[in-house]
Design a protein around this ligand. Structure first.
Ligand SMILES: [Zn+2]
Length: 158
């Protein structure tokens, strides 16, 4: 998995990169770079390898970062697969309390079915457009709710 935030400025705009060079530069796998090319990173095929222009690489990563920072409208969760915010069915949402008043809400994307996650403030669930979701018992989901972005041994104390 690629790190959540890659610094677009690592890409020098006046040079070009092979897939292996991009992978080394950003600490991602070559497969990840090829996936970017299949998405919307422009690349030129030369002698069986892909050549990526630094300027386009930087623009691609900036766009990607902006999309991840985009604020979701109330009641919706950003689907990483569709690359747009989606509004899940209320009854399919599960809430997992995290540290402090934070929580993670999780629901399948109504469009592609991929699992979507959104970090929320539990006391402000209604403001996030998830009124009523907090009423559902979430305790039973605690044990097997994977949350790789959170420190695994966090004990709940600040
Ligand atoms: Zn989706």
């Amino acid at each position: 998995m690629a790190p959540l935030s890659l610094n677009p400025r690592k890409a020098k705009i006046h040079r070009s990169y092979s897939v292996a060079e991009v992978a080394a530069l950003f600490g991602v796998t070559r497969g990840a770079v090829r996936t970017w090319c299949k998405a919307d990173l422009p690349a030129v095929k030369i002698a069986g390898d892909l050549l990526i222009y630094g300027e386009e690489l930087r623009a691609f990563l900036e766009k990607r970062r902006a999309a991840r920072r985009a604020v979701c409208p109330p009641g919706s969760i950003y689907c990483m697969k569709c690359r747009v915010p989606r509004r899940p069915a209320l009854e399919e949402i599960t809430v997992t309390p995290l540290m402090g008043t934070a929580g993670n809400i999780r629901a399948p994307c109504p469009h592609c079915g991929a699992s979507m996650n959104r970090r929320v403030s539990l006391p402000r669930l209604a403001e996030s457009g998830f009124a009523g979701v907090g009423m559902r018992p979430a305790q039973s989901h605690l044990d097997h709710s994977p949350n790789p972005s959170v420190k695994p041994h966090f004990d709940g104390k600040e």
